[in-house]
Write a protein that binds this ligand. Structure first.
Ligand code: ZN
Ligand code: ZN
Length: 346
């Protein structure tokens, strides 16, 4: 594997961000010791506030279940009709999320570089990208494989549930279990992602597969699902949990919708999308906090932050980069160790 040295080769530029959130970024309170129950409750409540990505994903999952899924009667028998309808709905959802955010932030430039982590332009005229253009490259590597991978896993669940091979619960009949699952499903998803992502950074998996996603040192909305098709197969695989776990279809749909719209939104390169320039209460309400600085740091420094703030993975691996110069120093040392090990193993 090639050395994963800094992308710019300029030590000074690596320390520069155009916008940073409050630093150091911190792991979720339930991963810090001693654990403070009050902080945990406030963290969970804050993550489910209205106009936050989690609520947007849950509402979208509900709308999809209510109006854009096959009935169990239809799904009992494999048919291109209902499978293609799921695929088409996925194309539309991904296009709305990635395309909408791209238009707002980059094409129409509605908030300029306000709240943008890295103000460098997205790649143009670079041989690294298909069509020598990062956005066109990202669109192609998203819109062809991602809706197919999502539809494959989802269709498997509908067919299995319709034929009694996967447990399917009514929400109100199992209210407390259903509500608990709403809280737990995002944690399952980030835990699964952390392990899969870390494995994708190992040896040939990185060289042949995951390096496609890492062409994007600076990211835009279409970068979120821009990856080798084999990585889509890994990414959407967290939906397989519902072949075993009793759940409502909305729980399963939360997982796939999280990939369809959560991945583009977490890769916008902006800490938040502002729908108004006005400050004060209206400005706060009309600001969608979609930023994922934790993962933006991963795209720049690579051998750190494989998981997320709610995953214990980087604590276990000692690979957490908290966004500060000290975090950068620790990551640089870790990278030197990794590269030295690779050279001695070669
Ligand atoms: Zn990675
Ligand atoms: Zn990424």
């Amino acid at each position: 594997m090639a050395d994963t040295a800094g992308p710019t080769g300029d030590a000074r530029s690596e320390t520069r961000w155009h916008h940073v959130p409050d630093l150091p970024i911190r792991m979720a309170p339930f991963l810090r010791w001693p654990m403070r129950p009050g902080e945990v409750v406030r963290h969970v409540a804050a993550s489910w506030r209205p106009f936050k990505p989690r609520v947007l994903i849950l509402v979208t999952a509900f709308v999809v279940w209510r109006w854009f899924t096959p009935s169990f009667d239809e799904a009992r028998t494999w048919s291109l009709d209902w499978v293609a309808a799921i695929w088409l709905r996925n194309v539309v959802l991904i296009s709305l999320a990635a395309g909408g955010a791209h238009l707002w932030l980059y094409r129409w430039n509605r908030q300029g570089d306000d709240l943008r982590y890295d103000a460098r332009p997205l790649g143009r005229d670079k041989r690294l990208f298909l069509f020598r253009d990062q956005v066109k490259d990202n669109i192609l590597l998203t819109i062809v494989p991602a809706p197919i991978a999502g539809a494959a896993y989802e269709s498997l669940w509908w067919w299995a549930a319709a034929n009694g091979h996967a447990p399917n619960l009514g929400f109100s009949d199992h209210l407390w279990w259903s509500l608990l699952l709403v809280l737990l499903v995002p944690l399952w998803s980030i835990g699964y992602f952390s392990v899969g992502h870390w494995l994708l950074h190992r040896g040939p998996m990185y060289r042949h597969v995951h390096s496609w996603h890492h062409r994007n040192v600076n990211v835009g909305p279409w970068s979120g699902l821009s990856m080798h098709p084999a990585e889509h197969v890994v990414l959407y695989g967290d939906a397989l949990l519902f072949l075993l776990l009793p759940a409502h279809p909305v729980h399963m749909l939360y997982i796939v919708v999280q990939h369809h719209i959560g991945a583009p939104l977490s890769h916008t390169g902006h800490h938040a999308i502002r729908f108004t320039r006005s400050e004060g209460r209206l400005g706060r309400i009309l600001t969608l906090p979609i930023g994922d600085f934790f993962h933006q740091v991963h795209h720049r420094f690579i051998e750190c932050n494989y998981g997320g703030e709610e995953s214990p993975m980087d604590g276990w691996l000692d690979s957490f980069h908290d966004g500060t110069p000290e975090g950068e120093q620790r990551t640089a040392e870790r990278r030197r160790r990794i590269n030295a090990n690779r050279r001695s193993a070669a």
